[in-house]
Design a protein around this ligand. Structure first.
Ligand SMILES: [Fe+2]
Ligand SMILES: [Fe+2]
Length: 257
């Protein structure tokens, strides 16, 4: 699809600089609110996106944040950290679609991230937070498809009805590529580590992962678990467990560049 080709040919911007500063600040044993606020003030546009996604999440429980420091206090450092990563991963394409993509990545990725982290712990994967990050980002390759699909739906209404996500045959038929191929290109553009790149590219076929088969298997297992348990409502205790256990991997595990 030529629109997808033109979107991909624009390339991806590197993550905003403040994301790496925030990664360090939010992984500290004691989070310094003023330093976090200062880091986000350096990029007002990105800061607005972080506040917007924070409020989309907080609104589900009837809360709202007036500022990023409010959001950090209400969400807690781990979830706020996840919000920052989700905003960074969706910071491309038309502005109108970025927040929309961020809410989508959050909704789908968060549950798989928490499950991946738990499986990483149970399977004694050496960096538990890496399981979380891999689960969160594994389907980033969907995001350009979602932008193209949203744009095309006005002309091709039936596209909105097709359940193409995570159906790689259908993705190739509609878009000419599947989300793992697009994910590989995104991982390369961002300089993700070989382990994370394997999770993004090979979570549907972990045996083909050249660098870190275990991490790809963890995400594959988490996705399977989440798909079979999707019908079960999340309990309050599960939510507490999730919020208490989220721990995105620190910067040195994130990018290898
Ligand atoms: Fe997936
Ligand atoms: Fe997938």
């Amino acid at each position: 699809m030529s629109r997808l080709a033109s979107l991909l040919s624009q390339g991806l911007e590197p993550f905003p600089d403040c994301v790496f500063d925030l990664d360090v600040l939010l992984n500290a044993p004691v989070v310094d609110l003023r330093k976090v606020a200062r880091a986000l003030r350096a990029d007002a546009r990105f800061s607005r996106r972080v506040l917007s996604l924070s409020n989309a999440i907080l609104n589900r429980s009837g809360e709202s944040a007036q500022s990023v420091t409010d959001a950090l206090v209400l969400l807690g450092p781990c979830l706020f950290h996840t919000v920052v990563l989700v905003c960074a991963a969706t910071d491309f394409g038309e502005r109108a679609f970025r927040d929309w993509n961020a809410e989508s990545l959050w909704s789908r990725g968060f549950r798989i991230a928490v499950t991946s982290e738990r499986i990483a712990e149970l399977s004694e994967y050496p960096v538990r937070g890496m399981g979380y990050l891999a689960g969160l980002l594994h389907d980033v390759g969907h995001l350009p498809f979602r932008i193209v699909a949203r744009e095309q739906e006005a002309a091709f209404r039936e596209l909105a009805e097709i359940q193409w996500q995570d159906n790689m045959d259908l993705e190739r038929e509609i878009f000419g590529l599947d989300h793992c191929q697009v994910g590989r290109w995104m991982a390369k553009s961002w300089g993700l580590s070989p382990s994370l790149t394997d999770a993004v590219c090979h979570h549907h076929e972990p045996n083909a992962a050249p660098n870190d088969r275990q991490l790809a298997e963890i995400v594959c297992a988490a996705e399977f678990y989440c798909s079979v348990s999707a019908a079960q409502p999340a309990t309050q205790s599960l939510w507490r467990l999730q919020t208490a256990s989220t721990s995105p991997a620190p910067r040195e595990n994130f990018a290898h560049a």
